[in-house]
Design a binder for this molecule. Structure first.
Ligand SMILES: NC(=O)c1ccc[n+]([C@@H]2O[C@H](COP(=O)([O-])OP(=O)(O)OC[C@H]3O[C@@H](n4cnc5c(N)ncnc54)[C@H](O)[C@@H]3O)[C@@H](O)[C@H]2O)c1
Length: 297
């Protein structure tokens, strides 16, 4: 398959592109190499990807409509787009909200406009667990109400979900939104806790713990996340039809089931483990099917 992945110089995009290239796919990797964190780390990730013949690097900003159009035209036929590039950082979104509007709202809109003009088999995009916001019920479920974001980052991610839903509905774009929970692993982001803690511990310094240590969080290992994403990428959701269209209409129950499958990124093994160990936040609730199980059928 031929993929366009945005954010390939970033943590998740790098791992996803590497996995797909290793499997013999072709990847057009789009990234603006923004200076939010060490650009040298991003260059090194791209240098590794560039060793593959199937990789083509495109340094373009999501806000640059003309640049995106050029890449899109030069890329030829693309089977699937995985849109991961975004301005990240919950705390940073209070300091520089405009960067989040530009990269996340305008950037996602620009990517969807490309797809509207030349459809692909599957459009996947990264959302975030932060959309659960003020939701106090755990474990979180994909069907929970997510209308109370507690950070501006979360507000932009939820807005992307809404924009993607309308584009999918209006233009028949098979779309999957992925609510990633905190991801860790090699080549991880230096602004995140595992990396920060490691550096402080190596330096013999105390680590910063927020909220007076009263903090619980689920983490997902990068390889598990990539496995889920790759499997989902191969399975574009079927088109949902409303009663006025010629397609097969789905009952609201079927609709709910499919939405759940699309949004879940937890695997069955994780689910069992997490429920056994208590306090799970990132897993599909018992009785709900997780995405991997659906894909493995
Ligand atoms: N890492 C996590 O724990 C986590 C959790 C939830 C959601 N996500 C989402 O997953 C996606 C990937 O996250 P990540 O951890 O790999 O982040 P990352 O910052 O490592 O990667 C994002 C990449 O996007 C690029 N980028 C940012 N703004 C851009 C712009 N305007 N134009 C072009 N390129 C731009 C950056 O240069 C960077 O390489 C993001 O959408 C993020 O919101 C990540």
């Amino acid at each position: 398959m031929r993929f366009l992945i945005t954010g390939t110089a970033g943590f998740i995009g790098f791992h996803l592109a590497r996995r797909l290239l290793d499997e013999g796919n072709e990847v057009v990797g789009l990234d603006g190499l923004t200076p939010y964190y060490d650009v040298e780390l991003k260059r090194r990730r791209h240098a590794i990807l560039s060793r593959h013949d199937g990789f083509r690097e495109e340094r373009v900003m999501l806000e640059d409509q003309a640049g995106l159009k050029r890449v899109w035209e030069d890329s030829g036929s693309i089977d699937a787009v995985v849109h991961l590039a975004a301005q990240v950082g919950v705390r940073h979104s209070s300091e520089a909200p405009g960067e989040f509007v530009d990269a996340n709202l305008i950037g996602t809109f620009n990517i969807m406009e490309l797809i509207r003009r030349r459809p692909v088999k599957h459009f996947l995009f990264a959302s975030s667990s932060s959309v659960y916001g003020a939701n106090s019920k755990t474990p979180f479920a994909e069907t929970d109400m997510c209308d109370q974001p507690l950070s501006f980052y979360a507000a932009t991610k939820k807005s992307c979900e809404l924009m993607a839903h309308s584009y999918s509905h209006l233009w028949g774009i098979p779309t999957t939104g992925l609510r990633f929970f905190t991801v860790y692993g090699p080549w991880g982001r230096p602004d995140m806790a595992p990396s920060k803690f490691t550096h402080r511990i190596i330096e013999g310094k105390p680590i910063d713990i927020y909220n007076h240590g009263r903090m619980e969080r689920d983490f997902i290992y990068i390889d598990d996340l990539i496995e889920a994403t790759v499997r989902l990428a191969r399975h574009a959701p079927e088109r949902l039809a409303d009663s006025s269209s010629s397609g097969r209409a789905l009952s609201s129950r079927q609709h709910r089931r499919r939405s759940t499958r699309r949004a879940a990124v937890a695997c069955r093994r994780n689910r069992k483990e997490s429920w056994k160990n208590g306090h799970p936040q990132h897993v599909a609730a018992p009785g709900r099917r997780c995405s991997l199980r659906g894909c493995l059928r």
